[in-house]
Design a protein around this ligand. Structure first.
Ligand SMILES: NC(=O)c1ccc[n+]([C@@H]2O[C@H](COP(=O)([O-])OP(=O)(O)OC[C@H]3O[C@@H](n4cnc5c(N)ncnc54)[C@H](O)[C@@H]3O)[C@@H](O)[C@H]2O)c1
Ligand SMILES: O=C(O)C(=O)C[C@@H](O)[C@H](O)[C@H](O)COP(=O)(O)O
Ligand SMILES: [Zn+2]
Length: 361
């Protein structure tokens, strides 16, 4: 299987997303990481037994010291307390400011390791080795790093880009089906916001993706990373365009925070959130009736929920008011105005409430 490079063009901070089979064991792709006396591999208790040894072997060829930090697993551990476990180890091992952090795992590990890298000694280099579909198609690319606050998702964080991203699609074969589906939510997201043809391709190949067919996975990871890389290169810090990557997230983050982090997976909450955003797009007359049904059908075939939980509407509204896109108290939604095109704008509260009633159960 070929190895593909997707460049993320950010001037002197440009980097490659490398996508392929066998990357964790392909020494040539690791040999030009920067020189430093130490690397710190950050992973969790689930991923460590599967893939830490392979990555440690690569790192030991390059760094005199390789330390392993194994964190607890789960979205509810994306906190200050867990972040501090990374800093404890970095300081305990007397790591200097050239130390390279390596995030091995899903989006939780990637977001926390990236944030630790942004903060430790005011910034050390880091590398992403995403091992979930969601992390390969989305979270490892683009430099959003964060932890959660009980009152809001990803509220404490930084924009901080990795040196490189290694997407070894072989690692996806060990994912539980629920995590595959969660990753597919973010893949499907790219169709409505940026690429009508990709949405059609997903409708044709969703069964192959659910079955983890390697060729289909390669194409989905590649196209997703290409779209994300282009958006991030145009608007790294979400001054405008980048907000389209938040399609489904205004509602989705409210579901995650409202239920408590980890009850619904991020991708599951985004799936139900995209259906809500599609419904709102129709209510506003931006999209013809039928779009929401089309999107829901695809999400259901991927094994995802298409209705949010029946939280009180006021609770949804409260969580959405602290969304990072809100301005001056106005919640701003990512809405679709044509398949392959998104707009970011406020919506009348009465319509939002109708959407929440109609799209939760
Ligand atoms: N920074 C961004 O741009 C961005 C984008 C999207 C999502 N996110 C964040 O990413 C997080 C979700 O990421 P996720 O869906 O990867 O969840 P996750 O990191 O919790 O991983 C999902 C589960 O899969 C396990 N796992 C990981 N790799 C595995 C493998 N190869 N085989 C078997 N099990 C494996 C993990 O241990 C975990 O239990 C959320 O916190 C979300 O906010 C960030
Ligand atoms: O990269 C982005 O920009 C995204 O919005 C991607 C999202 O899938 C991701 O969940 C991101 O972490 C959400 O960002 P936030 O700023 O709303 O926390
Ligand atoms: Zn997301």
């Amino acid at each position: 299987m070929p190895m593909i490079r997707v460049p993320v063009c950010l001037g002197d901070r440009a980097y490659d997303v490398m996508i392929g089979s066998g990357l964790l064991r392909a020494e040539e792709h690791w040999s030009d990481l920067p020189r430093a006396s130490a690397a710190v591999l950050v992973t969790n208790v689930t991923v460590a037994p599967l893939y830490a040894a392979a990555v440690q072997t690569q790192l030991k060829n390059r760094f005199a010291k390789v330390h392993l930090v194994t964190l607890p697993d789960g979205e509810h551990h994306k906190t200050w307390q867990t972040l501090n476990l990374i800093f404890d180890q970095l300081l305990g091992h007397e790591c200097d400011r050239k130390t390279v952090l390596v995030a091995l795992g899903g989006g939780v590990i990637g977001d926390m390791t990236g944030f630790a890298a942004a903060c430790y000694m005011r910034g050390v280099p880091f590398v992403q080795v995403p091992t979930t579909l969601l992390a390969q198609v989305d979270s490892s690319v683009g430099g959003k790093t964060a932890i959660n606050h009980p009152l809001g998702k990803n509220m404490i964080g930084a924009f901080y880009q990795p040196l490189r991203v290694f997407c070894d699609v072989d690692t996806l074969q060990t994912l539980p089906p629920r995590e595959v589906a969660a990753g597919l939510a973010e893949v499907i997201k790219y169709g409505p916001i940026a690429d009508a043809a990709f949405l059609g391709w997903l409708e044709d190949h969703i069964d192959d993706l659910v079955a983890l067919k390697p060729d289909a996975l390669m194409h989905a990871v590649r196209r997703s990373c290409e779209i994300k890389a282009a958006v991030v290169a145009a608007d790294e810090r979400e001054g405008g365009l980048r907000a389209i990557l938040n399609f489904g997230h205004t509602f989705g983050h409210a579901i995650e925070a409202g239920l408590g982090f980890g009850v619904w997976l991020h991708g599951e909450a985004v799936a139900a959130g995209m259906v809500m955003a599609a419904d709102l797009s129709e209510r506003l007359g931006l999209m013809p009736v039928g779009f929401q049904v089309r999107l829901s059908a695809l999400l259901q075939r991927a094994g995802l929920p298409v209705l949010g939980p029946k939280l009180p509407v006021d609770e949804y509204m409260q969580h959405m008011r602290v969304d990072k896109k809100a301005e001056g108290g106005d919640i701003r939604f990512v809405l679709i105005d044509r398949i392959g095109s998104a707009v970011v704008r406020p919506a009348p509260e009465a319509l939002v409430r109708q959407t929440l009633e109609a799209c939760s159960a």
